[in-house]
Design a protein around this ligand. Structure first.
Ligand code: ARG
Length: 457
């Protein structure tokens, strides 16, 4: 059934129909479309715009359609232009005259704005809970590894010793911010466009507050032109998803590096690895690579949507139909990546000995050796120079700072005493760093308890 056609004298060209149609993708929100319609007719009846009998039969009809689509008894065929026409046509087929009253005081413009909002709102919450689950796993790893020493890097060069808990904590912060972005989006988007009509509201005495409350919105939107043409929340959501993907991608990059033969900091579980068709020895981190790879796709959705919107005059323009495929794809991709990444993280093994050994090499305690001199009265700039010389000496001898004899130390500076070894041990380097946010166990325990409280809320 077409929702229009009265003023036309010719049939639509088939290619035009196909090009114009959105049913192949907007069927994704058939349930939201039906729930929105149920709220709409409930409000119409309360306002005396629709009779109680018509309301009842429309609601029964709509619920039947919903169940039949879910159970597969009613197939969504391509004959209709979009999900709105599909549902309305089937309603009229099922209940007759009353079905023709469903669209009173409504346009597809406010209808689609509502459907997309309802769908997105649900997905924002779903994504938030997936991130929360991921954070629980991260916190578990943190709690178990406040003493697991590993090298921290800058420029991908070993820099200073840290702990695995500290490294995981960095990602905890990122995903925590991602959740708070989702919460912000929810707060801003949760206003109901239903009742805005095509662009200028309607002449019927609609109760927009009431339909908004039926659908759990904070209230109605306040400008009908903006209501039918606002896609900001989709851009914000795409942006938030892009940032989530960027975080996952950075984490994946580290997992890929840690999983190499050269590092061997971790072992990805067999169930989350893949093999090579030619090289029998290979065990590849495909999942991490794919998550990293799919990041570009989600960025693409953000840029596409921004570009689609940038030249649009008010109010609704058909260009806006292009919002759906991008956003649906970005949502499915991001959710899939969070779930897969989470599974990979939960099953991987941390090779703590390898991490520890790696931290010992690369002079990660050089800063602490300089601090030792400073604590004994040497100015920092001089201390920096002295330790630089020691490092050169060690490189030449192929030893670490901890392997130098006291005589060797004292040959360079008499300030060094026996306690230098303790001062530059990995344990000391980590445990002395106790400013909040640092890897020291004391600081880390405080942060962990903040995280515990955060996750229990
Ligand atoms: N499929 C359309 C969309 O997604 C529904 C709204 C149609 N409105 C219109 N005036 N043609 O945007």
């Amino acid at each position: 059934m077409k929702l229009w056609g009265g003023r036309f004298t010719k049939e639509t060209n088939q290619l035009v129909h196909n090009f114009n149609a959105s049913l192949s993708f907007d069927q994704k929100f058939f349930e939201e479309d039906i729930n929105g319609s149920i709220a709409h007719v409930t409000m119409l009846a309360k306002q005396g715009i629709l009779s109680e009998t018509d309301k009842e039969s429309i609601i029964t009809g709509l619920k039947g359609i919903c169940e039949d689509i879910k159970s597969g008894r009613l197939l969504i065929d391509e004959e209709h232009e979009d999900i709105h026409s599909f549902v309305e046509a089937h309603l009229i087929e099922r209940i007759g005259e009353a079905g023709k009253r469903l669209h009173t005081g409504r346009s597809r413009n406010d209808q689609v704005a509502l459907d997309m909002k309802l769908y997105t709102r649900k997905e924002v919450l779903e994504m938030d809970s997936l991130l929360k689950n991921l954070l629980s796993s991260l916190l578990k790893i943190m709690k178990e590894n406040t003493d697991t020493i590993m090298p921290g890097f800058t420029h991908l060069q070993k820099a200073q010793p840290i702990t695995l808990a500290h490294h995981m904590g960095a990602y905890f912060e990122m995903f925590k911010r991602d959740r708070s972005r989702l919460h912000d989006i929810y707060e801003r988007m949760n206003y109901c466009p239903l009742g805005s009509g095509a662009l200028a509201g309607t002449t019927y005495p609609l109760d927009r507050e009431y339909s908004a409350s039926l659908l759990d919105f904070y209230g109605p939107t306040l400008n009908s032109m903006d209501s039918v043409s606002d896609r900001d929340y989709l851009i914000e959501f795409s942006s938030a998803m892009s940032i989530i993907m960027m975080h996952l991608s950075r984490f994946c990059e580290e997992i890929i590096i840690w999983n190499t033969n050269e590092y061997q900091f971790i072992e990805i579980d067999d169930s989350y690895s893949t093999g090579s068709s030619i090289m029998p020895q290979k065990k590849n981190p495909d999942i991490a690579e794919l998550v990293r790879g799919k990041t570009g796709r989600v960025y693409g959705s953000l840029i596409s949507l921004l570009t689609t919107m940038k030249g649009l005059s008010l109010a609704y323009n058909k260009d806006m139909q292009e919002d759906k495929e991008f956003v649906f794809d970005a949502i499915d991709t991001t959710k899939g990546c969070i779930v897969l990444f989470h599974g990979m993280l939960d099953t991987l093994t941390f090779c703590k000995d390898k991490m520890r050994a790696s931290a010992e090499g690369g002079f990660t305690n050089a800063t602490d050796a300089a601090d030792y001199l400073v604590n004994h009265g040497v100015p920092f700039r001089d201390a920096h120079g002295i330790i630089g010389q020691l490092v050169l000496y060690c490189i030449d001898k192929n030893i670490s700072l901890g392997e130098m004899t006291l005589e060797e130390y004292q040959a360079i500076s008499p300030v060094f005493k026996e306690d230098i070894y303790d001062a530059i041990s990995m344990e000391t380097c980590v445990s002395k760093r106790n400013t909040i946010g640092a890897p020291g166990q004391e600081a880390m325990k405080k942060v962990i308890s903040v995280y515990e409280k955060y996750l229990s809320e």
